[in-house]
Structure formats: C-alpha cells, structure tokens
Design a protein around this ligand. Structure first.
Ligand code: HEC
Length: 219
C-alpha cells in the first residue's frame, strides 16, 4: 500500500486532514474556551448609542411610539429584535458577516474578522453567511446614515440603481420616513455591526442633528 501512488496520496490526504482539523478546530477551541459569551446588554457602546439617539431625533413620532426613550435598555431590545428580523428576512442569504484574510478584503471592508467578535448572543447562530450577492456587512455600521438605510430598505433601487435587493415595505408604517418598530430595530442592528472597532466611522466633521435643525442654512 505504501508503495503505490494511490496509497501515498491516501495517507498524505489523511495527514493533511488531521492537521487541518487540529489547526482549524482544536487549537481555536483551546485558545478561546475561557472567553465568556457576551449578552446583548454588554454590546451596547457609545457608537451605537449615538446612532440610536440619532434615530430618536430623526423619527421622533415612530421612535417614541415603538421604543419610548433612547435609553440603553431600549437599545438592547432593538438589537435583539433587529437580529431576529435579519434572520427572519433572510438577509444572510445575500450578505456575509466575515471579512476574510484574502483578496485584500480588508482594503474594502476594514479589519479582518477575529474570533472574539463572534463570542456574543447576537452571533447565535453565527451570521457568517454563505453567499455574497451583496457586500459583506460586518463593518457596515457608521458607513451610512440612518435615513439612508430607511430609504434603502424601503426601496433599494431608489438609492442604488438596479439593486437586486428586495423592497421591505413592511418595515414601515407607510412611507420611508416612517420606519415601524421592526424597521427601527433593523437599522439599529445594522449600525451595531463593527461598532466595537476603533475604525467605526463616526464622521469627524459631523454636525449633530439638533444643530443642523437650528441652522437655517441646513434646511
Ligand atoms: C437578493 C439578495 C439580497 C437580500 C435578500 C438582501 N440584500 Fe442587502 N444588498 C444586496 C445587494 C446586491 C446590495 C448592493 C446594492 C445596494 O446597495 O442595494 C445590498 C446592499 C445592502 C446594504 C448597503 C451596503 C453598503 O453600505 O453599500 C445594506 C446595509 C444591506 N444590503 C442590508 C440588507 C439587509 C438588512 C437585508 C435583509 C432585510 C438585506 N440586505 C437583504 C442584496 C441583498
């Protein structure tokens, strides 16, 4: 057996398989077995609260009706609901949440995905995704404003010509400026993605919405 070509290939194949299993499964398991799984409440951070408050200022009627105040507790509720909608609507059929260490993906999407990022309740089951019809979303937070997301969920083609992404009118009370509870929750979830990284793009020259409203030139 050891002298035939197929025997050498078989044994070589088995050795490679065992090696891959050790390096890709056993080693990471041993490295991270002590890492606690974070509950959603531990995932709310400054960047996300900023976006959640922005939602409350941008859509005051819908926000107060569905969430009340922009508190940390309500943000947790929005995140959990947002995750459910992301799963239920099948967003993961078209979007991955994993920046791979190949093909210069980091240039396009930001830091390569790291294991600890997935050690939390919102990643159960993990949202790696299997296909990329649309872009990876794991660093989507802060990339777009809340109003962009609202309009895009209502009708993707209105901001992205020929987008194959479906319309989600049931996330709204009627028009794109009236996201309902599910719509607000999904936007919160999308803004959470990557909010734990220093690279979260909160625009340096950003003018808070209240100030924009006070400024007659901005209207
Ligand atoms: C049929 C495949 C498909 C499905 C299902 C889908 N998307 Fe998309 N999505 C796309 C494509 C393609 C794009 C890029 C064109 C565009 O901007 O619409 C995109 C773009 C996006 C963007 C903008 C990314 C950026 O910054 O340019 C976000 C955010 C997004 N999708 C979120 C979602 C969410 C949340 C869901 C589930 C409610 C969803 N998508 C469902 C295909 C899909």
């Amino acid at each position: 057996m050891f002298e035939s070509k197929s025997g050498v290939l078989l044994i070589g194949g088995l050795i490679f398989f065992v090696f891959a299993f050790l390096s890709n499964a056993v080693v990471p398991m041993l490295m991270y077995q002590e890492l606690p799984e974070q509950p959603t409440a531990a995932l709310v951070n400054e960047n996300l609260m900023y976006q959640f408050q922005d939602l409350s200022l941008r859509y005051p009627d819908q926000f107060s009706e569905h969430f009340g105040e922009a508190t940390q507790e309500n943000c947790v509720e929005a995140l959990d609901l947002g995750r459910e909608i992301y799963i239920g609507e099948g967003c993961w059929h078209c979007h991955s949440q994993f920046v791979r260490p190949v093909s210069n993906e980091a240039d396009r999407w930001g830091p390569v995905a790291a294991t600890p990022e997935y050690q939390n309740e919102l990643q159960r089951p993990v949202m790696f995704g299997t296909r990329r019809v649309g872009p990876d979303l794991s660093r989507e937070g802060g990339r777009r404003g809340n109003d962009w997301h609202a309009v895009h969920f209502y009708e993707p083609t209105s901001v992205s010509w020929k987008s194959p992404m479906p319309n989600y009118p049931w996330l709204f009370d009627g028009s794109p400026d009236k996201p309902n509870k599910r719509g607000l929750a999904l936007i919160t979830y999308v803004q959470w993605l990557g909010s734990w990284l220093d690279s979260y793009p909160l625009y340096e020259d950003y003018v808070p919405l209240e100030e924009q409203m006070d400024n007659p030139l901005a209207q």
